[in-house]
Design a protein around this ligand. Structure first.
Ligand code: TYD
Ligand code: MG
Length: 451
């Protein structure tokens, strides 16, 4: 029996210390250093299948042969889009997200929809719990195996017997390996079990999908290097009170990180939302004031989003400003611009802003729709339903150009909008658009164009 060895790890960022300290020098957090027992044995369970390891040789770039990476399609268009076309063989994908957002549901659903042999390993739920969940979901993959196990050595034993084509682990924080004594979920266990799984993936060419919990500030729990080790980091997010879920790639070695997948949580699992604009615009009566539609882009995807504003006289001394799904500082800035550059007295008014559908929008092109919604509510005049907006608003009240404006115009046109209001500084090739394009340069132009 080897001597027990311990080290100190910061539970926030994973930095290792030889002795206990009160504050982590790397991430400046207090009281996050915890002693963990690490005890290594000499032999590893997942041995190199091919012991011959050739030394690599430097090559000129044109001498390197390129092989298209082989991808296993997941039968789910939204996930395929985010992954860049399917699961790359031998890749390791980490899926992070808040508890209850639907990570297990998503992966179980994918496992059931695939035509390949999938081993779904859960350390969180029993086989019968998973069966109950699977009964609600659509797919019926006969070759989907469910295993409840948390020890990597046992998992690898089953993997060797069953030879699955895809391995799913729910979640990396529940796994432990025998070679380390620290408890599951500790930094050293997470690092070690991930390293074993990555080695397994690379040597057998089996794609591995890991579920990772996230900490209170949204980072994937465990050492930061976890994200460097894996090939793809996906983030599953959404508002618990809304049914829409968004899947983003924070890192992707095999595709773009600008793509985005949208799902809707239903009783029968996650439904792919292939035309998100239609659902993000709420049904409403014609003449409601305080609502404007923005042509925004999420990643590469054009989205028409409804912005709702309510402006009312403040009852208390200090007016309230609140924003859901939009940056409150930016809202305050736009209010100041409206006051100073367009002469609207909003200083003594309460302003509430809401982005419909529970989305968070960071695209600056939504500014003009925000301003219009506020003005519409303030003036009590409805904006026609077939108008949409795509422009940024600057501090001096100028309406600024936005990127990829053609995509926005085309999406608006596709959805039947009659008019789009843009910045006059936006350059794009003039085509025969069905939609009327109105160009404005400053706040005053905009107000004239609107009412
Ligand atoms: P889950 O996948 O367990 O979340 P995570 O693994 O990220 O913690 O999701 C659980 C939530 O999803 C739960 O609140 C119920 C809801 N749900 C549905 O609405 N419909 C369904 O078909 C399923 C399986 C779950
Ligand atoms: Mg889960």
């Amino acid at each position: 029996m080897a001597k027990t060895k311990t080290t100190f790890f910061c539970q926030n960022c994973g930095t290792q210390y030889p002795k206990w300290v009160g504050k982590c020098n790397a991430c400046n957090e207090w009281n996050t250093i915890v002693e963990e027992v690490i005890q290594k044995e000499e032999k590893r369970n997942w041995q190199l299948s091919k012991p011959t390891k050739k030394a690599s040789k430097a090559l000129k770039i044109h001498e390197i042969s390129t092989l298209e990476e082989t991808r296993i399609p997941t039968n789910n268009n939204e996930l395929n889009r985010v992954l860049g076309g399917g699961l790359v063989t031998g890749s390791v994908v980490l899926l992070g997200g808040e508890p209850g957002i639907g990570k297990s549901t998503l992966l179980l659903q994918i496992a059931l929809l695939m035509q390949n042999k999938v081993l779904y390993v859960s350390g969180e739920e029993s086989q019968s719990q998973i069966k109950l969940r699977a009964e609600r979901l659509a797919g019926k993959n006969e070759d989907c195996l469910i295993l409840t196990e948390t020890k990597t050595q046992n998992i690898f034993k089953i993997v060797e017997n069953q030879q699955p084509e895809v391995l799913v682990i729910d979640s990396i924080q529940t796994l432990y390996t025998d070679y380390i004594e620290a408890s599951p979920g500790s930094i050293s266990q997470i690092r070690e079990t991930t390293a074993e799984l990555i080695k397994f993936a690379k040597e057998t060419n089996t794609p591995v999908v890991l579920i990772g919990h996230i900490t209170k500030d949204g980072a994937i729990a465990g050492p930061k290097i976890l994200e460097h080790m894996v090939d793809v980091v996906l983030q599953f997010e959404g508002d618990r009170n809304h049914s829409y879920r968004i899947l983003r790639a924070n890192k992707n070695r095999f595709g773009s990180t600008a793509e985005l997948g949208i799902f809707e949580m239903q009783n029968s699992g996650l439904r792919e939302v292939s035309n998100p604009s239609e659902i993000l615009i709420s049904e409403k009566d014609a003449n409601l004031t305080g609502s404007a539609i923005a042509a925004t882009l999420e990643g590469m995807r054009p989205l028409m989003i409804e912005v709702q504003a309510l402006v009312s006289t403040a009852v208390y001394g200090t007016p309230q400003r609140s924003a859901t799904g939009y940056n409150i500082k930016r809202l305050n800035m736009l209010l100041a611009v409206l006051e100073k550059r367009a002469g609207f007295r909003l200083g003594a008014k309460d302003v509430f802003l809401n982005i419909a559908g529970g989305l968070k929008v960071e695209d600056p092109a939504i500014d003009l729709a925000v301003v219009s919604a506020i003005l519409s509510s303030n003036e009590d005049e409805a904006i026609a339903q077939d108008i949409c907006f795509a422009a940024e608003v600057g501090l001096s009240g100028e309406i600024r150009a936005v990127n990829k404006v053609e995509q926005r115009i085309l999406e608006a046109e596709k959805l039947g909008f009659k008019k789009i209001i843009l910045s006059k500084y936006n350059k794009f090739p003039t085509k025969n658009y069905q939609i009327e394009i109105v160009k404005v340069g400053n706040m005053m132009d905009m107000v004239k164009a609107l009412f």
